[in-house]
Unconditional design. Structure first.
Lengths: 216, 216, 216, 216
DNA sequence: AATGAATGAGGTTTCATTCAT
DNA sequence: CATGAATGAAACCTCATTCAT
């Protein structure tokens, strides 16, 4: 359907102003989903909140499905970038692991909206017309892979005992997400600081070599 | 919309056949949400799958919101009942804790549909007209409380070290939910058996008294 | 997409009342197209003219495209049935041919709306999603075939000279349609009675055997 | 909308380059209508096909309605000019009549796009705001008049029998249009060469004086 | 002259809900 | 109890048109 004139399969270089609009719309949409819920986040409502007309969204996004995909991409990419920067500050794998966990929670605390929206978007299946992409299915793969590599070098350096890489990576991410979920569903039901400290202890305790004496 | 004035009496005792219909509708709705997603689970679609007419649903439920609430109640109650029965078989707190974790995963494996639906429903906020119930917010409180009591007796009996009750309870539930989430989003991305074993180890390891020699 | 439960590929036997509604909607739609033009014949306008709500049309027809197809079918079937009945009264092929032409014009005169709508619908291409049916392409085939059979028996019986069947059939239909078109575009630009008589003469004269003395 | 007060002077003589742009837009629009149908021929699509921006069309045409009018004028004028040139080569009315018919078909064959677009535009009524012009209604008047004059001189010169002028003119045009219609709706359903020859025979046969012996 | 971002009206469609049968 | 035709609000989307650059 889309005629691609340029060889590079890039449909068009987006203008600076266009990119700004797209970001604005995505951010407003996230805020709207977080505030009123996805079911109430109609294009009209998003446009109203952004102070623009409905048509602008349709102009910049190829339908609501495309907007949602960009929202999801944003919700996954932003914390990932933040976490990666934090992890890169550390040299030793165990410190990186701890940084990974703590950075996740740090980002959470300053971006609760993002996670409220994310939980509302979890499990959403794209419309049939979209061709059944596996976006959601692949959402966690990068995290698992990234964690697995940290664990791997930790094992090589003897800081981490010989855990199964992928499973342990899944587990670490799972603990983070599970805490986040409870915090998102009810901000007051959970002492986030205590949970962070406890999760970090549990994880580092779990991967620490048996003969290690120094508890964190 | 919901009359909460009379505690139980006035609203007519539900017929047996009526209860059966309600259960049938709820189960079909769960299957529909799991299969096609909540956004495609219109009353018409649910009725079609159940082999009944749309009107029946409206007759038995006071609007779609009421149906969704019953679905959520069902999705939370059924695993809770199953888990409680498993826990009750055990006498000692540590064994109960282990039973809690394992029963959760056992129920998951045989009821994947329920969890696919649950993840799709997570974070959903009820329509404004419904009066802003805190259903989701309270969803995890029973689990946390139940776990906290197990931990508490474990501490009293010396099987479990002196962990913060609520935070640790949150943590245990979090690990379970986080693994479940990844498994729901992509059945093949996770070795569920390995994850179960690893989660159980991590949790029991985390709560075990420091001088305890017996690793699980 | 459509699940066909019953073996006979019939999706459901339409109720009498449902058929009545469908006919009402189709007739109203034709009148609307004839009066205001297809571009103004929105579902809202059709519903307004029919005194029903927009939703009723969507309820009975699977989208506007399906309504248009039924309209086209109706616009082609009704005159065809009428003409066939007139032709069947005659025994001899030449008389049948004359009846064919005259019945076409007789139906036209009493159903100008139908033809105004038809001309507006001519050349319309279905939406891409519809799968590119060749409805329009096949619209004239039945007429050509029907005429060709009349010509064929006329040739066998010596009433009609040895004309090429399909081409002559196309020609006869073409003359009828061409006159109709001018009459539809401007009712007053054409003396329809004179045109009917002249067309009939031209056609019968064209197919009459060379030695035939009797002019019509 | 259209100011018809000043006959020609006031509205600024169109630049050469401006005229070229208008022609380009009209031709692209015709191609677009022929290819995708009028309903898909949005200004955006036409502009895309022409390699220009939407604004250019609005700049050169006073709205889409004005563009359509120019398209229709073009679709009627071009074949008329072509046919007139062919007819002018002949001296005798009967030969002119034959040239008229044959030139029409010759132009058709080399400009199928034009006729596909024309059939899609037939019967279209202008938007209410435009003031209800009778463009379509008058579309055939020039042809009828032109043909009538040929017939008239043929009658005067004894080459053509005393047929009713306007009605016969209508009839001739009708046969041409009717054949064209079937060919437009399905290119393969009709042997155009055979149809041309048969139409020419029918028409010349119809207008030939009774005592004329020489059939074409 | 030309661009393309923005508008806003209007179209089709979906869907929870109602109600006569 | 059940049906399914009907409603009407609201959603997404398209598109002609405008206008600052």
């Amino acid at each position: 359907m889309r005629s691609v004139i340029q060889p590079d399969s890039q449909k068009r270089r987006p203008t600076f102003i266009e990119e700004a609009r797209r970001r604005q719309i995505v951010q407003t949409a996230i805020r709207t989903i977080a505030t009123r819920g996805f079911s109430q986040a109609s294009l009209a409502e998003i446009a109203r909140k952004a102070g623009i007309s409905k048509g602008v969204i349709s102009y910049h996004f190829d339908g609501k499905e495309a907007l949602v995909e960009e929202i999801l991409a944003s919700l996954l990419r932003e914390p990932a970038d933040f976490v990666k920067a934090r992890v890169d500050r550390e040299n030793r794998p165990l410190a990186q692991l701890r940084a990974y966990v703590e950075a996740n929670f740090e980002f959470m605390r300053t971006h609760r909206d993002h996670y409220v929206a994310l939980v509302d978007l979890w499990g959403r299946r794209p419309d049939a017309a979209s061709g059944g992409n596996r976006f959601d299915a692949d959402a966690y793969e990068p995290s698992r892979h990234y964690l697995a590599r940290i664990l791997e070098s930790g094992i090589e350096q003897g800081e981490i005992r010989d855990v199964p890489l992928r499973t342990t990576a899944s587990l670490i991410q799972a603990a983070i997400d599970g805490v986040m979920l409870q915090w998102v569903l009810d901000e007051d039901a959970l002492d986030l600081d205590a949970a962070i400290s406890e999760v970090t202890d549990m994880i580092t305790g779990h991967v620490r070599p048996f003969n290690s004496e120094a508890a964190s």
